[in-house]
Design a protein around this ligand. Sequence first.
Ligand code: ARG
Length: 262
Amino acid sequence: MCRPTYFDVTYEINPWMNASKPVDTDLAIEQWEGLRRLYLRYGHAVDLIEPVEGLPDMVFSANGATVLDDRVLVARFRHAERAAEGTAHREWFASRGYRDIRTATYVNEAEGDYMVVGRTVLAGTGFRTDARAHAELRDALGCEVVTLNLTDPRFYHLDTALAVLSDSEVMYYPGAFSAESLATLRELYPDAVIAEEADAEVFGLNAVSDGLHVFLPDTATGLAAQLRRRGFEPVGVDLSELLKAGGSVKCCTLEIRHQAQA
Ligand code: ARG
């Protein structure tokens, strides 16, 4: 995670951002601390990357890199305003001793568009990540990759439209996908939790699950009820200030997956 020390909305690269609307950075920090404390309370270790002045979106660390079995594929951002975040993440992983670190050739915004479900990565494209990046991801991380096309600009990253609940379960908002990708999702996950538009609009799908607890925006009440019926334990989080930049729980969380010890 990355503390939102320099968080602000100074440019507009998604429909949620309004550079003329004031941002309360202190409140953003307080809310972000709340998420971090929740992770710790539920037993999840949290590493921190140092925020960089002049990179107001760096709090959205999910966009920095994709990690699988200690292999790291560093992002290449669509917009110049965020480009330096890739370098910062590369340095972070190098300083932590990761040896297999690659920087992508094609534009990809890492876990913003790459959702790891077991050994498969669901890979979004349409707004940020270049479709050509998907083959690069497969080669770099040695995983199976399923391409999904996003069509609604409000849901510009896959992690705003779909969340991973376990190694075999997902939840998603159908309205964010092309007809073909929707057919793919239905075939792969016939029992998926289907989100209503009202829950998707408050970023209810921008969630992190440990297989039991699902951390999601507290305003996504319909989704929380659906999850409870499925046996999950929703944990509501208030990140309203970060929503002004078009991000929430999952965006703030880069998940580091280590190879299981033999
Ligand atoms: N303002 C940021 C952008 O538009 C928000 C990124 C949200 N991150 C995410 N994983 N969806 O790039």
